[in-house]
Each structure stands twice: as C-alpha cells, then as structure tokens.
Design a protein around this ligand. Structure first.
Ligand code: GCU
Length: 733
C-alpha cells in the first residue's frame, strides 16, 4: 500500500513537473521571442540571420573555414568580431584552421604568407587594408590584410558589412585607407553624467563605478566606433571640469582607455584653461608664466603614466565664459602652444577650438572667429590643430561653410560637426545629417583656386608634421538604443563613414545603414533612402528656410522662438539674426552690411555678396531682403517663405505615410518607436511653421496665401507656450 501510494505520488509529481517543465519551456520560448524584438541596442552591428537560402549557402561555403594568420590568440578583437558576426548571420561556428585553402584568410601583412602578399596591393597607411578574392587552385579565397591589427579590424568590419548587406564575395578587390588621421567623437559629457545638448539619456561613462566596474556598453561603444573607423574619443565636455585632471579621475580614464585600445581608439580629454589654478593651486594660468608651463608639463607626464597612448587635449578657451589666455593679455596661439609644448614629447596633440565669440559681438558675431584666428595663421606649434565648426554661427540646420576654411593656409584645421541634434530637432526629428556634412565638405572655398573644397583643406597638411582630423559632437547616451531616435544612429554612422572618406555618397551610406540596421528588403530600403535624403531639407524648411538661422527657443534651444529679443547678450536673441522689420527680413552681411562676405575668397565673396547671385538657400543669411522681392521662382519673398514653411510640414506628412507603410517589414518595436517619433515631429513641425509664419506676418503685413491651411492658434498662443525642463542643458559640472 505504502509503496503504491508513494508510487502514485511520484507519478503525480512527475506529471506536475512535466507540466511545469512545459510551462517553463513555453516561458523560455516567449522570452526568447521577446529577445528577438529589436530594441536598437545592437546598432548597425545587428548581424541578423541571413534568411535568403542561396546567399546563406554561398557564404557558408566560403566561410566554413577561416585561417587567422599568425595565430592572433583568443583576445584578438578582429577574430572575435568575425566569429561572432558569422555565427549570428549564418548560424554556425566556422572552423578555425591553419590550412592554406581556407575560404577566408585574415591577418597583418607581416603574418600572411609571402605568396599571398605579393598578389595584394601594397598597404602604406597604418590603418589601411585590402580585401581581395583570389583564385587558389580551383578555389576562391577571400583575403583580408592590414598593415596593423587595426587595419585588419577595419577590414573585418568591412567584410561583415558586405555580408550584412548581402554583397557577392566572388570578385572582391577593395583597397581602403582613411583620408584624415584623427577621426574623433567629442562627448559633451559632464562628470555628474548629465550631457550638454544630449538627448539620449545620461552619459554612458559611469564615473562613479569606474575603474572597478567596466560596463559592457564600453566595449560595444568601441566596436561600433571601430566598425566605422572612428579612432579617438574626447570623453568630457568642452565646458570642462578641472577635476578631470586629478588622479581620482585619471585612473578612471585609464580604465576606459584600456577597453578602447584594442579597437584602435585613443582617448583625449577636454581641459579647462584655468586648471593650474583650480587643481594646481597656482595663482595664475598665464600661458607665458614658467610655473604654469611647468605645471602643464608635469600634468601631461602624469597623464601618460596612466595612458601611454593618450591622444591629447581639446580646449575651449575665451568662449562663452570659459577661461583662456586672453585674460592675461595673451592670444590663442600662446595658450595652445603652451599645452603643445607639454604634449609634444609624448606625441600628443592640442585641438584648439575656434568657436569663440566676445561678450560684445560688435556688428556681427559670425565674423569673430575669423577676426581672432586669421592673424594667428602660422603661429601655432606643429602639434596644434585648430578645430573649426562647420559654420560661423552654431550648427544650424543650414549654414554656409565657415570662412576660416581656406583662410589659414599655414595652420592645420580640423572640422567640428555636431552629430547630436541641438538645433535640428533633438532626438525627436528624423534628420539624416550626411547631406549636411557633405554640403560643407564639398563646398568650394577657392582658397587655392577652383576645386579647393573644404574636404581638401582638411586633408592637406600645411607642414610635414601637421595632423589632420575631424570631430563630431556625439549623440550617444544611456538610452537603450544609444541615440534616442532609431534613425539618429545613422548620424553617428554617417559621421564615421564620411570622416573616413568624404567622397562616399549620402545615399550609399544611408542604404548600407538601413540594410545593416533593419532589413535588406528592397521595398523598405529604397523608399527609406529617399526619405532620409530628403529629411534634412524638410527640417530646414519648417525651421529656418532661405538662410534664416538662430530663431529657436532661448537656452534649451527647443522649439521656435523668433520673438526672443531679450537675453544676457544680444547675440543670444533671435531678433539679432533675422532682423525682420516692415521692409523685409535677413541679416545684411554683404558689403553694404557687416561685410562678413569679405572673409571669403573673392569668387565666393562675389557669389554671396550680390542678391542676384546669392543662392536662395543662403539668401537671408547674407541679405536683408524686401518682403516683395521677386525670387527666382517668381514668387515674392513673403510667399516663398510661407511656401517653404508649409512644404516642410507637408514633407513630414509624406514621411509619415511612407513609414506607416513599413509595418511588417521591420521589427515591430522599432516600427512603433519611429511611428510615434514621426507623429511628434509632425506636431513640432506644425508648431514651428505656424509660430514663425504668424510672427513674421506681423512685419510683412501680408496674408497667408489662399489654399494654405490657416494656423490653428493665434501668435500669442505659441509665444506663451512653455516647455519646462526640455532636455540638453547639462551645466558645467
Ligand atoms: C553651443 C551650445 C553650447 C556649447 C557650445 C560650444 O553654443 O549651445 O551648449 O557649449 O555650443 O560648442 O562650446
């Protein structure tokens, strides 16, 4: 009896366990299903399973055996990335072999067999690589070769991109090298983890837990950057905290540098000019004072003990209240050269920013950087590079190229773009930045004759020791999808791609990104490439058409604020820039006005100076134009302006329609996220349009033409709207 009942209990329990087991299994399946949902964390390194059977079979055949020449070991990041990427996409682990006929052979030129190397194009650049398909016997072998491990890593990422975008491997012949040496992200991250102009959560640097706790996100950050060739990161805000240079933080900086090093990424720091006073307890920060100079030398020596390959300093001085050499009657070159002297023995560099403007902008803030820096051409030490924003004001949706490009032939200049969308819709608006970057990089300065594009100026070394470079203000934060908006990731991606080579097209970069991030489905990719390419112009239209600029809300820079007429300084108002009055609108920077056009080479000057030749897109940047001026389109300026504002909103509606048709083609979580963001963007675009049109109408005194929908509210409604705690203000901490 006892036995039987025990047996019965056992049977009942077994049944229950089976049920529980089944439930657990179903639970696991559900969980697994959830984890298939794409939350954007993987960025463009999604490595989704390749479902096209023919393609998968071809790739599997080619990649089933991989030979890593020189046996790079288990910690080799290129090897690990490749193994992981292939396993995810093809669902098997390739065999690692030393066999000569493996389908894929990977290594540095030194490690590869001489017989293979002699058939490859010579690699002269340390970061360069080749990928070549070779016929060996009756087998096709793909070879990835780099001069250095970093070159190999870049090659591996390119091969992974080819697989992700489902390209043929049968006849590859790729030879790549970066056109600029320093390709750097600038984080405007504060030590308290706020991010100045950051719209994607907190700073990813968890200073409090460093150096003991290394987040997985640091490695994934390095992977993402290396995949697009970014080789440097400035960890902290240009509005710097001097504490960054203390041992308390340097040990944390070292921990990050150690994570990034295998990915070819060097660490740089923003430094505060007054650090010798603030953390060095000196009485002055005068760059010509010998104690101050010694302090910087000692400090730099100390930094290199923590980080032997430290990149150097980024400095914002005498700008927006930051301390600088001018407080001691010295100039920017005096300040930069002092730091350069300390860094030179370690091969460090100084990236000295030209984003400067006085508290008294006289007649035109746009002229100030040129006025201060042009006379210093040739006066900077060899290891200084002057970092210039793309335009003379401040990362507006459209600005003509900065007049300093082309004006300092003896000084290396570095581009500063803003990836984070301070003035282009935060992380709410779909704004693909590649067309903006390319417009500036491709602009002809005529500095050394026709064809002296901004990109050429960046790439040309004014002296043999000069460094070349480009920086992008990062849009990265702790948001699960890194950048706040799924499409904002494309701006990080495009920045890296264009930093590598400015000749790549915006369309190609968008297409690669869409395929890698979402899907290879053509009915998704093709229309979305078009929408991305159009998106910059959409925002220009509903925010600042025809060359208008700096008409956003005060401080937070959120939303329209063309009426802003009071601020700490006149050039922080909107009226300073649009100058609307009963006669017309726009800032006269021509020879009849502030003469800012005279800062350009004569050919450019002539183009911008005359109303008749100035492109519509920059018209109100350079001219104060009468409301009834006949535009090229035949419309009056007023109608043209209204037309652009309405066109901006209509184009967001078109974007919305296209995106809504994408349900089912992309991951549902991503679909919903973007759908909601576009709805918000549309609301904000309508607010921009209606607020600006109603405000400017108070000067033009002309109607909104028939056929255009009338604004839903009077102007006072928009003026009174408040947006407390709009994100992005970090403070100097
Ligand atoms: C803009 C931005 C500031 C930033 C500054 C800079 O003015 O609004 O937050 O500090 O640029 O580039 O230094």
């Amino acid at each position: 009896m006892v036995d039987t009942s025990n047996q019965q209990i056992r049977i009942i329990m077994q049944k229950q366990f089976r049920v529980l087991g089944l439930m657990a299994f179903i639970g696991l399946l559900l969980l697994a299903n959830c984890s298939f949902a794409d939350d954007g964390y993987k960025l463009w390194l999604n490595y989704s399973k390749i479902t096209d059977r023919t393609v998968a079979a071809q790739y599997s055949q080619q990649l089933k055996q991989i030979n890593f020449a020189g046996n790079p070991g288990n910690n080799n990041v290129a090897k690990n990335e490749l193994m992981h990427g292939v396993a995810d996409m093809l669902q098997f682990a390739p065999q690692i072999t030393t066999s000569g006929d493996a389908g894929l052979l990977v290594g540095t030129v030194k490690a590869l067999p001489a017989g293979v190397v002699k058939n490859l194009q010579a690699i002269t650049n340390d970061e360069g690589y080749v990928i070549k398909t070779m016929n060996i016997g009756n087998r096709k072998q793909v070879v990835i070769a780099g001069k250095t491990q970093t070159g190999v890593l870049y090659g591996v990422f390119n091969l992974l991109k080819l697989l992700q975008t489902q390209q043929q491997l049968g006849a590859l012949n790729i030879a790549e090298y970066p056109r600029l040496e320093r390709r750097v992200l600038n984080h405007w991250d504060n030590l308290n983890r706020t991010v100045e102009r950051g719209y994607a959560g907190a700073s990813i640097w968890n200073w409090h837990k460093l150096p003991g706790y290394i987040e997985q996100q640091y490695t994934d950050y390095a992977r993402a950057n290396a995949s697009i060739g970014i080789n440097g990161t400035v960890l902290n805000n240009v509005n710097a905290n001097a504490l960054m240079l203390t041992p308390e933080y340097l040990v944390k900086v070292k921990a990050l540098a150690d994570v990034f090093r295998p990915y070819g990424i060097r660490v740089y720091l923003s430094v505060k000019f007054s650090s010798p006073i603030e953390v060095g307890k000196l009485k002055t920060a005068d760059p010509l004072n010998s104690e101050v100079r010694q302090w910087w030398k000692d400090k730099v020596d100390e930094i290199y003990k923590y980080v032997p390959d430290f990149g150097g300093f980024l400095v914002k001085a005498n700008s927006e209240g930051q301390p600088g050499p001018q407080a001691y009657g010295r100039n920017h070159a005096d300040g930069a050269n002092m730091m350069a002297e300390a860094l030179a023995p370690h091969n460090g560099i100084v990236m000295w920013r030209a984003f400067v403007y006085d508290s008294n902008p006289l007649n035109d803030r746009a002229k100030q950087a040129y006025d201060e820096f042009k006379p210093l051409d040739g006066k900077f030490a060899d290891n200084v590079i002057v970092q210039v924003k793309n335009g003379a004001i401040d990362f507006q949706p459209r600005e003509p190229f900065h007049p300093l490009f082309g004006a300092m032939p003896k000084t290396p200049l570095m581009m500063e773009f803003q990836i984070t969308q301070e003035y282009t819709g935060f992380a709410t608006h779909l704004f693909y930045e590649a067309p903006l970057f390319k417009e500036v990089l491709g602009a002809d300065t005529y500095a050394a004759g026709k064809g002296t594009t901004v990109a050429k100026i960046l790439e040309t070394k004014p002296h043999p020791k000069a460094v070349t470079g480009i920086a992008g203000v990062a849009n990265i934060g702790t948001d699960r999808n890194w950048c706040g908006h799924p499409f904002a990731q494309s701006n990080w991606y495009a920045f890296g791609r264009l930093a590598w080579n400015a000749n790549q097209s915006s369309a190609q970069i968008a297409e690669d990104w869409l395929r890698m991030t979402f899907t290879n489905n053509k009915s998704f990719v093709q229309p979305m490439v078009q929408q991305m390419l159009q998106s910059r112009e959409n925002t220009v239209n509903y925010m600042t058409p025809l060359g208008l600029h700096h008409i956003m809300g005060i401080n937070t820079h959120f939303g329209p604020g063309p009426w802003v007429n009071k601020a700490e300084r006149p050039d922080w108002t909107a009226v300073y820039y649009h100058k609307a009055d009963s006669l017309g609108i726009g800032f006269d920077r021509s020879s009849t006005g502030s003469k800012a056009t005279s800062q350009y080479a004569p050919q450019v000057q002539q183009l911008f100076d005359k109303l008749e030749t100035c492109p519509d897109s920059n018209l109100l940047w350079f001219h104060h134009v009468s409301w009834n001026y006949k535009m090229r389109s035949g419309k009056t300026l007023w109608f043209e302006l209204v037309h652009h504002y309405y066109e901006g909103v209509d184009s967001v509606r078109r974007l919305q329609t296209v995106w809504n048709g994408m349900q089912g083609k992309v991951d549902q979580e991503q679909f919903i996220a973007v759908k909601q963001l576009i709805a918000l963007q549309l609301e904000e675009a309508i607010r921009w349009r209606d607020a600006c049109v109603l405000y400017f109408q108070t000067f033009s005194k002309q109607p909104i033409p028939a056929g255009y929908e009338q604004p839903a509210h009077p102007l006072s409604y928009y003026r009174d709207q408040q947006f407390h705690f709009a994100p992005g203000i970090g403070g100097n901490i």
